[in-house]
Design a protein around this ligand. Sequence first.
Ligand code: PLP
Length: 388
Amino acid sequence: MKYLMSNFSRVDVAFTRGKGAKLWDSNGEKYIDFAAGIGVCSLGHASPVVIEAINTQSAMIIHSSNIYRVLPQEVLAKKISNLLGYQTYAVFCNSGAEANEAAIKMARKYGATKFESKKYEILTLKNSFHGRTMATLSATGQDKFHPEIFAPYIEGFKFYDGIDEIIANISDKTVAVMIELIQGEGGICPLDKKSVQKLAKILKEKNLLLITDEVQCGVYRSGEFVASKIYGIEPDIITFAKGLAGGVPIGACVARENIFAPGEHGSTFGGNHLATSTANAVLRELEYLYESGELKKTTDEFVENLEKIVKDFPNFFESHTGLGLMQGLVLKDSTNLSILFAECLRNGLLVLKSGSKTLRFLPPLNIKKKEIKAGFEILRKTLEELQD
Ligand code: PLP
């Protein structure tokens, strides 16, 4: 497209409408959606809950400004704290990268004000992904995100292979460790629970911060409201985005301490009435899905299908990986990743790639049984065609 910059290598398909986990393109072709806009459309497409929230709120007020109180923002901040089960203080923004930017600034302020000598270093994992802004790119450990063309990157980040190496390298400059409990772009890799708990304990003893980036794995994607719950930890700072408002742009960064003073951080759009009231409605519905056991049933069904695929197509797959409805199939031959992505799409199924050899699945959290069945039929058909 002549008028768009070429920063995305887009597939030549344009979706024009959807319903649940079904999508239709501009030619009227139907697809099953196991990607949910990269984990964003947590209640699927054209969800009555999201439509109702947007319609009701936009008929009243979409935006005023953070100069004034924003009531649905206050409701959302309290809801997140209640769901976490401990007091947190929230700042709202518009994306995952911005939520992580806020977390980084909070850590910097904490390091500058809580200790006798300033601490500013944030340790992250080499296989991490934390966003595309300059600071979050600098926090991202994967080398491929640090091309020379964007240098110099922001100082103060160090990357390590694993949690044990992070622990071994905590220095008197270290203020925080930032991790994705389930690495989303790095191949759907859940971190080891015992190592994470050990890290959390050590950081607590040293009064240093644990930041969990739950932009992809948070908001019930892992099966719990936050993956931190599965890991049995209570991080000092948690970031959210993607699925929080079912497709309306939003990001949130919550901390156990009220770190920022007036004027130290902000966003024009962040947490406006439309985004936060939609998030409130989405969270109510997701909480119902969780409490009623529906989410668990859907997850079991989905994972069972993935396991069968691994068993029936051993030439293609090594294993399945992931938690909740954040799942991946690890390929034996990485050259099949792009082929499978393209062939699934051609046959009417949206899947995603992650890392170099993981086929990623982030379906809507309310995907129906018959949509799961239809999607896996397409995946099987695609694999059979490729096998021949
Ligand atoms: N952190 C994680 C773990 C992510 O998966 C992503 C996006 O994929 C981001 C941060 C960046 O989020 P956004 O693209 O909304 O800025």
